[in-house]
Structures are given as structure tokens and as C-alpha cells.
Design a protein around this ligand. Structure first.
Ligand SMILES: [Zn+2]
Length: 312
């Protein structure tokens, strides 16, 4: 059954080895008397079993929560990762498109966490859940495209709804957006920060604004950031936000409210000009740096914009 899930052989292999207990976690090595210590290299809070590393470690939890699957692995209870995988395979054994995409997402996330763990352990890389989330997202998108290119229904739905699929092209900017209403001050604030995929900041903006519904503030900020990105010559933009609704409206997944509709018509102008964007829901911790930036606009009416043209 593992091999029926359409992912590259390296990922299929990884899941097969995981299910047959043949990956070298620290606990496995300790049990084989190769290592003495077995604590998790990512959190140092527990032994590095497969289940801890891939599901319950704070790093794994942040990753699962941030992927489009938006999973709370702490709700899984006392299950081992192997039991969990076999339950999922059983539950989704009819491999129609939706189930296939779901299992592709699960397998790829597991593999991406393991790969990141190896980079941390063997190459001293810094822990970065956001990187794992984005890698998983772009890989799943690529696999869905690659393995579905013969499916007529896929092509039809792809042509019909451009926003429904994540486009298979490299993102130029990753923009983190936050917004908040300020109790007692009758004011609101928003901030966004755009970085290249190499992590260089291109654009930062924070602003106080009039007190409106929080969703309109966030979506207005996304729209403003999109227009600025386009003016800077970037046409492929990925948004990160901790507002699930803003992400869903932006991705055309739910019907916008009347307030949101006004903004959506501006988005359609951008799309007509070949602008491609997608929004991803992420936990607050991933965008905490932008949140601290936004706090500057809390106390007084304040607007500030920084553009780093040299990097474009
Ligand atoms: Zn851990």
C-alpha cells in the first residue's frame, strides 16, 4: 500500500523504512548499543523515538500545524507513528485524487521533518519549521502536478480555477502579514515584511489604521503588499498569515463577506496582469518577528515603509 502513494521513490523508501523500524534515530542507535545518549536533538525534552521526532516533538508539532493539513498531532493520543500511518492508509485506501493528495502531504511532511533533522544533527543547521513547511508545500504541489498530468479532470479543474492550485513556479517573494485591532484605542495596526526566497528583506511596512474588522485589515494589508510587490517587479508571491479565514478567502476557498468582496475585485485586476499568489496559514510563532514590528504602531498613529531596491 505504501508504494501506491504517488511520491518519488526516496520518500516511499523513507516511509517503508520508518514502518520497518530501520531509520537511525538516536533511540534506535542506543537500543543497538551504538550510542549512549538518546535524547531528541531538536528539543532535548524526550527520547528521540520515531513517534516523538516525527509527531510529538515541539518542532514536529509546529510543522504539522503549519502545513496545509493544519494538523494538531497532540490530539493523536498514544499512537505510534507507524500505527498512525497504517490507520491512515487503511482509511484512505480508495486512492482517488483527494485521498492521494492527502497521503502525499503526510508522506512528504514526514520525510521533510526527517531530512531537516539530519541537517541539524549532521551539518549544524539552525532549526527552522517555516523552511520545512514551505519545502513540503512546494514538493506536494510538484508531485500532484507531476503525477496527475495524464488526468483530464485534473487539467480541466486546473484551467478552470487558477487559484485552486499552487502554481508550479518559483516564488519571488515571501510576505508575512499580521494585523490587529487595538482594544480601547479605536485604532488598528498592520505590518508586513517581504523577503526573497534567500531570506533578504525587500520591503517592510507597518502602519496604524482606522479601526475596522480584523479580517479586512489583514486582507487590505495583503492587497497593499501585493501591489507594492508588483511595482517592484515581482509577480509570484507567497503570503503567510496566522488568520485562517484571510488565507481561505485569499485562496478563493470560501465566499467572501461583502466587506471582503470590495478587496477581491482589486485582486482580480492584479491576476489579470499575470500576478500569481498563494496564501498559507502558519502558526503565530512563524510570523512573530513581523508581529513585534507591528507593535511599534500600537501607541501612536504611525506609518513607516522601507524598500530595499538594491536587492531586486
Ligand atoms: Zn524533540
Amino acid at each position: 500500500m505504501i508504494w501506491k502513494v504517488q511520491v518519488p521513490a526516496k520518500i516511499g523508501n523513507f516511509v517503508w523504512r520508518l514502518c520497518h523500524d530501520s531509520l537511525p534515530t538516536f533511540l534506535t542507535l542506543k537500543n543497538r548499543k551504538i550510542l549512549v545518549a538518546s535524547s531528541c536533538p531538536l528539543c532535548d525534552e524526550d527520547e528521540e523515538s520515531f513517534s516523538h521526532l516525527l509527531l510529538f516533538c515541539p518542532f514536529a508539532r509546529a510543522t504539522w500545524h503549519g502545513t496545509p493539513l493544519a494538523m494538531h498531532t497532540s490530539d493523536l493520543g498514544d499512537v505510534s507513528v507507524q500505527q498512525w500511518i497504517s490507520q491512515l492508509l487503511l482509511k484512505h485506501k480508495k486512492l482517488e485524487q483527494e485521498n492521494m493528495k492527502y497521503l502525499q502531504g503526510i508522506f512528504t511532511t514526514l520525510w521533510a521533518i526527517w531530512t531537516h533533522r539530519n541537517l541539524v544533527v549532521h551539518e549544524g543547521k539552525q532549526l527552522n519549521p517555516l523552511e520545512v513547511i514551505l519545502t513540503t508545500q512546494s514538493l506536494v504541489c510538484r508531485y500532484t502536478e507531476a503525477f496527475s498530468c495524464c488526468s483530464i479532470s485534473f487539467l480541466r479543474s486546473h484551467a478552470q480555477n487558477k487559484l485552486d492550485q499552487i502554481p508550479p513556479r518559483p516564488w519571488q517573494l515571501i510576505i508575512k502579514v499580521v494585523g490587529a485591532r487595538l482594544k480601547n484605542l479605536n485604532r488598528a495596526r498592520y505590518a508586513y515584511e517581504a523577503k526573497t526566497t534567500q531570506g533578504d528583506p525587500i520591503l517592510q511596512r507597518l502602519s496604524s489604521c482606522t479601526n475596522q474588522a480584523i479580517l479586512v485589515i489583514i486582507q487590505g494589508a495583503m492587497l497593499e503588499a501585493a501591489i507594492k510587490a508588483r511595482d517592484l517587479g515581482c509577480k509570484h508571491v507567497l503570503f503567510l498569515s496566522d488568520s485562517r479565514r484571510a488565507v481561505q478567502v485569499n485562496n478563493n476557498k470560501i465566499t467572501p463577506s461583502w466587506q471582503e468582496k470590495g478587496l477581491m475585485s482589486d485582486w482580480s485586476h492584479l491576476l489579470a496582469a499575470d500576478f500569481v499568489y498563494h496564501s498559507v496559514f502558519v502558526p503565530r510563532i512563524v510570523i512573530s518577528s513581523v508581529n513585534s514590528l507591528a507593535k511599534l504602531a500600537t501607541k501612536m498613529a504611525f506609518t513607516c515603509c522601507m524598500v530595499n531596491q538594491n536587492l531586486l
